[in-house]
Design a protein around this ligand. Structure first.
Ligand code: HEM
Length: 385
């Protein structure tokens, strides 16, 4: 079984191609048209949270873990979702994000100052950069970041867990309680002395102030959403460019191609390959009935390689235009961090290429992370030259 999962993690695209040929690919939506329609469908809802709450031990039904899961934006629907999304969007889209360019440049330069000889793009750049950017934006001191990243890993495990063993639930409950203590401390600090950061501004939203449950859960969720996927994107970006020398040469020759190159990485190696939805009534998509209450997998990674929409979908082409990939989702839950993720890649990738004109892979077979639904290399060994 592990062998199959490892193979799938290394290269899911042959499986997607097989699924695409089946008249009924089970609980999976595979084509671009179906995935897009499903992402935008009001009766296909984000329901992992409710699944999980059913399996939490009764004594934890109102504990830190349950409250965290209940309050995360990505698991909400309807008016509650719209209100929370509006509040968070005020600091995550538009001018607020454009202002992060200098910070991203500074952090990238600091990290690149430290590399040399043989190294690993993931460990030295792709992992620490998004973590620094999102913690800085939120206003979390560097000394707390390791703890938050560990809790964020726990959150990913919680979100992809089918059932939770009671002993594990107790450990996770304690971690979420510790996380809430830290956020509570940060909130008291910022109330006393506001700063130019997201936590301060979330505390100052007047009528739209968030409850403490909402604030704590979404601070953690933004750390999670803001670093795992961006790490994968940066690492896949460098790996894919190094594996496609003509595309890399074209980008080096004309740096104005960077925006298209970044979009093509989002399409070609989508960091989030799969998102779940549950039909709240029977729903028909692509002529198939999706039954009420049964989990459906929206295979973003497959949709982004759909030959009906993308010419030569398995070709990495940084000049592809149009490129209507679904890498950030679509519709009501469209990624709130898309602007930030794009900016990080548009700033960091050219800086790497400019500093290291002969950058090359030190190993050609790289291992891929095996977290279900995510896609990114576990390591990208390079010679920083
Ligand atoms: C490479 C980077 C990223 C990728 C590929 C990505 C992808 C996605 C996708 C596909 C969704 C939709 C999930 C669904 O429909 O169920 C999503 C939602 C979300 N993302 Fe991102 N994301 C990235 C970076 C970020 C960053 C940097 C942040 C935060 C600053 C962020 C915050 C969010 C939030 C808050 C949501 C939930 C939106 C909602 O439910 O209304 N993401 N992301």
């Amino acid at each position: 079984m592990t062998g199959v999962l490892t193979q799938l993690a290394a290269n899911p695209y042959p499986l997607y191609a097989q699924l695409r040929k089946l008249p009924n690919p089970g609980p999976n939506l595979v084509s671009h048209a179906e995935v897009r329609e499903a992402l935008n469908h009001p009766d296909l809802v984000v329901d992992k949270l409710n699944d999980l709450r059913r399996v939490l031990p009764a004594e934890l039904a109102d504990g830190a873990l349950a409250r965290t899961l209940r309050s995360i934006l990505a698991f909400q629907e309807g008016d509650g979702h719209r209100r929370l999304r509006r509040v968070l969007a005020k600091r995550l889209v538009g001018k607020q994000i454009d202002g992060q360019r200098d910070t991203i440049e500074r952090f990238t330069a600091e990290l690149l100052d430290e590399v040399g000889g043989e190294g690993d793009v993931v460990r030295e750049l792709a992992y620490p950069l998004p973590a620094r950017v999102i913690s800085n934006l939120l206003g979390i001191e560097w000394s707390h970041v390791d703890k938050l990243l560990a809790w964020s890993d726990t959150l990913v495990r919680i979100m992809s867990a089918g059932t939770i063993e009671p002993a594990t639930a107790v450990v996770w409950e304690q971690q979420m309680a510790d996380m809430r203590d830290l956020v509570s401390q940060l909130c008291s600090d910022r109330r006393r002395e506001p700063r130019d950061d997201l936590i301060s501004s979330l505390l100052e939203m007047g009528d739209e102030t968030l409850s403490f449950d909402e604030l704590a859960a979404n601070v953690l969720f933004m750390v999670t959403a803001g670093h795992e996927t961006s790490t994968d994107l940066l690492a896949s970006g460098i790996l894919t460019l190094l594996r496609h020398p003509s595309q890399l040469a074209a980008l080096r020759a004309d740096p104005s191609l960077i925006d298209g190159a970044v979009e093509e990485v989002f399409r070609y190696e989508s960091p989030l390959q799969n998102v779940g939805r549950v039909p709240r009534v029977d729903v028909t998509i692509g002529g198939r009935v999706l039954r009420e209450g049964r989990l459906v997998n929206l295979l973003i990674g497959a949709a982004n390689r759909d030959p009906a929409v993308f010419e030569d979908p398995d070709t990495f082409d940084i000049t592809r235009d149009p490129n209507p990939h679904l890498g950030f989702g679509f519709g009501a839950h469209f990624c709130l961090g898309a602007g930030l993720a794009r900016l990080e890649a548009r700033v960091a990738l050219p800086m790497v290429l400019a500093r290291f004109p002969r950058l090359e892979l030190a190993e050609h077979d790289v291992p891929w992370r095996s977290a279900p639904g995510f896609r990114g290399p576990a390591r990208v060994p390079v010679r920083w030259t």
